[in-house]
Design a protein around this ligand. Sequence first.
Ligand code: HEM
Length: 135
Amino acid sequence: MSEAPAYGSGDATFQAAGGEAGIRALVNTFYDIMDTDTRFATIRRMHPEQLDVSRDKLALFLCGWMGGPRLFREKYGAITIPGVHAHLSVTANERDQWLACMAAALEQQAYPDSLVRYLLEQLAVPAERIRQVNA
Ligand code: HEM
């Protein structure tokens, strides 16, 4: 049996994360946790009351970000990640809440530890970029 390709090569990360269905499940868990766990109240308040569009947008964005189909761009058009957060005040506190909420959501998926670690490392890069631009 050949080894699975390394995360980050082609669409390997997208496939390992369960494709669009797996990423939608991850994002639903992420927003369910944000909506109910008071540790994330600060970033929850930054979002609209109805989270349906936020769920759809983050899931479709992450499909392309993980090397899969560019579903966000097809549906909503081109964006930059710092740009779409420009109206928000993101300090280290909001950055860390977002990453901790994502860590909790990742733990609830049936993902190998290596994928959880990889995604958290990679997501920390745009999260820190948002902080630099929008603090
Ligand atoms: C650094 C911590 C972050 C915070 C506090 C944060 C917060 C938010 C909030 C409040 C919204 C909704 C904005 C609105 O509807 O007015 C949003 C939208 C979004 N976020 Fe984040 N976010 C963070 C990091 C990230 C990261 C790391 C990614 C992707 C890798 C991401 C991807 C998106 C996308 C795709 C949208 C939808 C943009 C649109 O409206 O078209 N966010 N974020």
